[in-house]
Design a protein around this ligand. Structure first.
Ligand code: FAD
Length: 407
């Protein structure tokens, strides 16, 4: 048996260890993570946990039954400092040196910082860890003005929780609509109206240029048009950068993520890279992508565990899926859309229950569903079935889309 070292004990790293056990792997598995906690799920950090409806216990990732059958060594609160590829050894900040036959890099990503004056003022936060969520939750105890910089998934989820908690929230988004990178305009419009109904103000086409403060605490956000928004709390949610420094220093190929092939192997065949830090050739998108979702982390981890136990040979072909929840609206996405997609609407957006079907070159590429989990489940099945993907006409003929209307 071989020694497997997993660097990063988040969603993907933990899943590799859990799946190795499920697949009957008997060798030594070491999981190294720099956070001082048992591995946990991040999605509740901007939803139930931030709201106070989920407790810390519900965040923990769990191994199933029989976990003793896997020799799992946990090194938590320890950071990997260097990968020596000539001797297959990773050095930790504790001075420990751990050898490997195979290394799985699952180091995730770090929130991008804004390069503007005042980012270090107290009250300016980002959200990636349980500590960040706790800091934010504490600030919500007192009502006041909050500015969210960035109208992506995380920014909009936090805006929803903050508004419900009594904060006066303004979202500042540089593009002309919220969540523009990930969803179609119809979904952005629907989400924006939900937020407006809860008193959240959304300013699009605007950027923050400075944070101002008093006695070290933030008090206002200055925008590029000179407007100053009062702020007791600022959440910066402008995306993440993949954690690639260690891979780069070890001379692995990197390019917006650690570059892997269709089997999720890096330029060194003894090293795999998965989850938020990995750039892989997506069978679904027919291009190289780096995805940030639980589905991607979990499916890639299962694939690598399967490959290492000889149970999976062909290329990785997980179906990309994403979700977000804001107020009582649940949005699920299957597939990856493209700005040039043709879009069809199924259902009535005014009813709060509809899906956007997107087609690329006449083929279904992505479906975004608002409160329509049946559409999402059906399309997910279609994508993972390995069948040729349908055209709009075929979907209508199959009565998959009973009420389809052309954009
Ligand atoms: P992570 O879970 O970030 O794990 C990486 C781990 O590696 C971290 O613990 C990190 O500290 C550690 N690490 C980094 N460098 C080192 C080192 N040198 N040595 C040791 N350890 C190291 N996805 C969804 O699909 N749906 C959602 O609703 C959703 N909501 C989210 C809400 C929030 C607030 C956040 C932050 C993310 C959300 N995501 C969601 C994204 C999802 O959580 C990530 O895609 C997923 O966690 C990626 O898993 P990962 O293992 O690649 O990275």
């Amino acid at each position: 048996t071989r020694a497997i070292l997993v660097l990063g004990a988040g969603q993907a790293g933990f899943q590799v260890a859990a799946s190795l056990r499920d697949f009957g792997y008997r060798g030594c598995v070491t999981l190294v993570g720099d956070e001082p906690h048992w591995p946990y799920r991040r999605p509740p950090l901007s939803k139930g946990y931030l709201e106070g409806s989920d407790s810390a216990g519900t965040l923990a990732l769990r191994l199933g039954a029989n976990q003793e059958s896997l020799e799992l060594v946990m090194r938590l609160g320890k950071k990997g400092l260097a990968i020596d590829r000539s001797s297959n050894i990773v050095t930790l900040d504790s001075g420990e040196r751990i050898g490997y036959d195979h290394l799985v890099i699952a180091m995730g990503a770090t929130p991008r910082a804004l390069r503007v004056p005042g980012v270090h003022l107290e009250g300016v936060l980002s959200l990636r860890t349980v500590e960040h969520a706790e800091a934010l939750r504490n600030l919500f105890r007192e009502p006041g003005d909050m500015v969210v910089i960035g109208g992506g998934f995380i920014g909009m989820e936090v805006a929803a929780v903050a508004a419900k908690a009594g904060q006066r929230v303004t979202v500042v988004e540089a593009e002309d609509r919220v969540m523009s990178r990930v969803v179609a305009p119809e979904i952005s419009g629907y989400v924006a109206s939900e937020h407006a109904a809860h008193g959240v103000s959304i300013m699009t086409g605007r950027c923050a240029v400075a944070f101002h403060g008093r006695s070290g605490r933030v008090s206002a956000v200055e925008l590029d048009d000179g407007v100053r928004l009062p702020a007791r709390i600022v959440l910066v949610g402008v995306g993440v950068s993949p954690n690639i420094a260690l891979a780069e220093e070890a001379a692995l190929t990197v390019d917006n993520g650690i570059v892997v092939d269709g089997s999720l192997l890096t330029s060194d065949e003894r090293i795999s890279a998965i989850g938020d830090c990995s750039s892989f050739p997506s069978v679904h998108a027919r291009r190289r992508v780096r995805l940030e979702s639980v589905q991607n982390a979990v499916d890639q981890a299962k694939y690598v565990a399967g490959r290492l136990t000889g149970m999976m040979g062909e290329v990785y072909q997980g179906t990309p899926c994403f979700w977000t929840r804001q107020y009582s609206t649940s949005i699920q996405i299957a597939g990856i859309g493209d700005g040039n997609d043709e879009r069809w609407v199924s259902g009535d957006p005014a009813s709060g229950k509809f899906s956007i079907f997107r087609f690329n070159g006449g083929t279904l590429s992505c479906v975004e569903s608002v409160n329509s989990s049946a559409d999402h489940a059906a399309v997910r099945k279609l994508f993972s079935g390995g069948m040729p993907l349908p055209t709009p006409r075929e979907l209508t003929d199959a009565q998959f889309l009973p009420k389809l209307s052309l954009e």
